[in-house]
Write a protein that binds this ligand. Structure first.
Ligand SMILES: NC(=O)c1ccc[n+]([C@@H]2O[C@H](COP(=O)([O-])OP(=O)(O)OC[C@H]3O[C@@H](n4cnc5c(N)ncnc54)[C@H](O)[C@@H]3O)[C@@H](O)[C@H]2O)c1
Length: 256
């Protein structure tokens, strides 16, 4: 809750859980929370990845726990919540950053590709919002959506549909969890990560086209997405809920 003094962009002493927090944007978010004085549990499916990020979190002074989580498995999200609450006392911030992206034209996309993206990117966010929303008494949830939610992107039918769903889910969850828990989304444009890096660095004209169309003339770093998540989780955003904040260097509304 905001105090009578000016609301601060601070997450010091907060307790955060970052799902999909071992690589890319999620990892940058987890490390940024630790750097800002929060305790953090960062998780994904594999033990090695979880151990690796936990070491970095401890090096930055954060209390953490090593627990894997598959967002396609409800029980593993419940176990994550229980371990996080036991280790951190309570959870003030939940960040949903897990994602997959099938890359097939709609005429060729398999049922399996469709089902995986919808399950990981959309239903996984629903499961986590529901499971954590049942015990969070205050704080903030930030879902990682995508600029693709509002775009006509080739060969991304499942991903675009899932991310559009995340935007709607974010608004509906914000209504259900208000006034104690705020729910917002951040919608990144192009960010160099394990997910988008190969396409951005494939030597084609794609990267040049993106840079040219982007008023900021480049793609984002994962840390630049983390900055917005820190803001949304802080008291500086104490009256901000049910919003999708686009962080794309101006790409989506560019006239170029
Ligand atoms: N990189 C971009 O340009 C970009 C742009 C817009 C949105 N996003 C979104 O940002 C988020 C993070 O993506 P990223 O670019 O950092 O890529 P990434 O591949 O590094 O991150 C995705 C993370 O999700 C985890 N994950 C996948 N399936 C999972 C599951 N079933 N259970 C738990 N964890 C699972 C992976 O282990 C990985 O840590 C995603 O939701 C993605 O859609 C990325």
């Amino acid at each position: 809750m905001a105090s009578d003094s000016e609301p601060a962009v601070s997450v010091e002493d907060r307790s955060a859980v970052v799902i999909g927090g071992t690589t890319g944007i999620g990892r940058a978010i987890a490390l940024a929370f630790a750097d800002e004085g929060a305790d953090v549990v960062a998780t994904s499916r594999t033990r090695e990845a979880v151990e690796d990020v936990a070491t970095e979190l401890r090096d930055r002074g954060a209390t953490t726990a090593e627990v894997t989580c598959d967002v396609r498995d409800r029980e593993s999200i419940e176990r994550l919540r229980d371990v996080a609450e036991e280790t951190l006392g309570s959870v003030d911030v939940l960040v949903n950053s897990a994602g997959t992206v099938a890359q097939s034209p709609i005429t060729e996309m398999s049922e399996e590709e469709w089902a995986r993206d919808i399950d990981v990117c959309l239903t996984g966010v629903f499961r986590a919002c529901q499971i954590f929303g049942r015990t969070m008494t205050e704080g903030s949830i930030v879902n990682v959506s995508s600029m693709s939610a509002g775009q006509a992107r080739e060969a991304r039918a499942a991903y675009c549909a899932a991310k559009s769903g995340v935007d709607g889910l974010t608004r509906a969850a914000a209504a259900d969890l208000a006034p104690d828990v705020r729910v917002n989304a951040v919608a990144p444009g192009f960010v160099k990560t394990p997910m988008a890096g190969p396409k951005l660095d494939d030597g084609s004209s794609f990267r040049e086209t993106v840079d040219e169309r982007t008023p900021m003339e480049r793609v984002a770093t994962p840390e630049e997405i983390a900055g917005t998540v820190i803001y949304l989780a802080s008291d500086a955003a104490s009256f901000t809920t049910a919003q999708v904040v686009t962080v794309d260097g101006g790409y989506d509304v560019s006239s170029l």
